[in-house]
Design a protein around this ligand. Structure first.
Ligand code: NAD
Length: 290
């Protein structure tokens, strides 16, 4: 059995605890037992799991893994702290708000011989799996992905990082990308922000990625992918899967802990994640946002 601690008990952290308490029978996730959670607030218990301090979590020998579920701007420090202590880490995306920090964290995980896993539930949705099937084998000519949503809570970082799930879609669908231009508009009074990034595929086909945020803006994702002889203007609807998205991610992380994921797959994931974080950083630099 592997003991785990959950850091941050907001929406994601609460789901992590619930999932570890109720793993589906017969898979690697059954090996994880939640030993405690860490919160800045003084809480007695959460789903009957006890609050513990960060110092206790890093020093306890029955805690082998940490789930980092805080706001994005504290991921890097928590990930580093647990890796330093020789614990495996599952971090909600993005693992850091800079490319260099992510590279350092990955090097540290390798040095310590532990698993560093970044959650990407957006790649596990049935809608996305269907979209991927539709795109497979087609030759892209040009495309766009426009995400809109409510105001971002503080601590989630610049739009290129907070919206890395959309960038992961594009990189997973169309392969290696580069950034040719990026702009950022903001109306602080209206709480409005918009990032527009111009990307290029490896065969120089243009892709536009837009992230738009304002309080009350309905959450929408619009696509327009033009292929040779075919245009996709809607994400194909697909029925929800039977296993929750965070549970699927937990099973994947547990499979890594049990050595059930091939080195090739681990490498592919690491390359994609670092590629996306590198693109996000380039976009942020072009938008001249600190
Ligand atoms: P949230 O605001 O609901 O939860 C964050 C929690 O972390 C809060 O309870 C906060 O008090 C706690 N926290 C912050 N700093 C802390 C610290 N130093 N020590 C202990 N606790 C601390 O946010 P969320 O929606 O759960 O998102 C958390 C992470 O999960 C983000 O990285 C987000 O990108 C990712 N994520 C969330 C979802 C989702 O559906 N909510 C989906 C995918 C990824």
């Amino acid at each position: 059995m592997l003991g785990a601690v959950v850091v941050g008990v907001g929406t994601a952290g609460a789901v992590r605890i619930r999932d570890m308490l109720t793993p589906p029978a017969g898979n690697a996730a059954e090996k994880l037992t939640v030993q405690g959670f860490i919160s800045r607030r003084k809480l007695d218990a959460h789903q009957d799991v006890k609050q513990i301090s960060a110092e206790e979590a890093v020093s306890r020998e029955d805690i082998h893994a940490a789930f980092i579920c805080t706001e994005n701007d504290s991921h890097e420090d928590f990930v580093r702290m647990f890796l330093q202590a020789g614990k495996h880490v599952c971090v909600e995306y993005p693992m850091a708000l800079s490319y260099q920090a992510a590279v350092q964290l990955w090097d540290l995980a390798q040095k310590k011989g532990v698993v560093l896993h970044e959650e990407h539930i957006e790649l596990l949705t049935e809608d996305y799996k269907q979209l991927k099937k539709e795109v497979e084998g087609k030759t892209l000519l040009e495309g766009s992905l426009h995400f809109a949503g409510g105001a971002l809570k503080p601590g989630f970082g610049f739009l290129a990082f907070s919206g890395i799930a959309r960038l992961s879609w594009l990189a997973d669908l169309f392969g290696e990308l580069s950034v040719s231009a990026a702009t950022f508009e903001e109306d602080a009074e209206q709480g409005y922000s918009k990032m527009t990034a111009q990307l290029l595929t490896s065969d120089s086909k243009p892709l536009t990625w837009i992230e738009e945020r304002q309080a009350g803006l309905p959450r929408t994702k619009k696509i327009n992918f033009v292929f040779d002889g075919f245009t996709l203007t809607q994400i194909p609807p697909a029925p929800r899967g039977t296993v929750g998205l965070f549970m699927q991610d937990l099973i994947h992380f547990s499979a890594k802990l049990s050595g059930q994921v091939s080195t090739e797959e681990l490498d592919r994931e690491r390359v994609r994640i670092l590629h996306c974080l590198g693109l996000a950083q380039k976009i942020q630099e072009l938008c001249k946002v600190k």
